[in-house]
Design a protein around this ligand. Structure first.
Ligand SMILES: N[C@@H](CCC(=O)N[C@@H](CS)C(=O)NCC(=O)O)C(=O)O
Length: 79
C-alpha cells in the first residue's frame, strides 16, 4: 500500500492531519497542491473535487481517495 496526502500549508484541516503523520506507522508522501498544480490537477481529475486534506490510498492499480480530516486521521491511526 502507498499513501499520499494532498494538502496546503494554510489549511487548518490539513494541519490537523500533518501533525499526526510523524506518529503513524506508515510513510505518507506529502503533496502540496498550492506549490504543485499537477497534484491539484490529478486530484481533481480523479475525484472532481479540490478539497484538502485528501488522502490517496494506492493498492497496486486500485486507488481510493479519502476526504475529511477526522476520517483520514482515524484511518491512519489504525494502520
Ligand atoms: N470538513 C473538512 C473540511 C475541509 C475544507 O474545508 N478544506 C478547505 C481548505 S481549509 C478546502 O479545501 N476548500 C476548497 C474546496 O473545497 O475546494 C475536513 O475536515 O477535512
Amino acid at each position: 500500500m502507498k499513501y499520499a496526502l494532498y494538502y496546503y500549508d494554510s489549511c487548518p484541516f490539513c494541519q490537523r492531519v500533518l501533525r499526526v503523520l510523524p506518529n503513524v506507522n506508515v510513510p505518507v508522501e506529502k503533496r502540496n497542491v498550492a506549490q504543485h498544480a499537477h497534484f491539484r490537477n490529478e486530484q481533481y481529475a480523479a475525484t472532481h473535487r479540490t478539497t484538502v486534506p485528501c488522502l490517496l490510498i494506492e493498492d497496486g492499480d486500485q486507488q481510493q481517495w479519502m476526504f475529511e480530516s477526522a476520517d483520514i486521521i482515524r484511518y491512519l491511526q489504525t494502520l
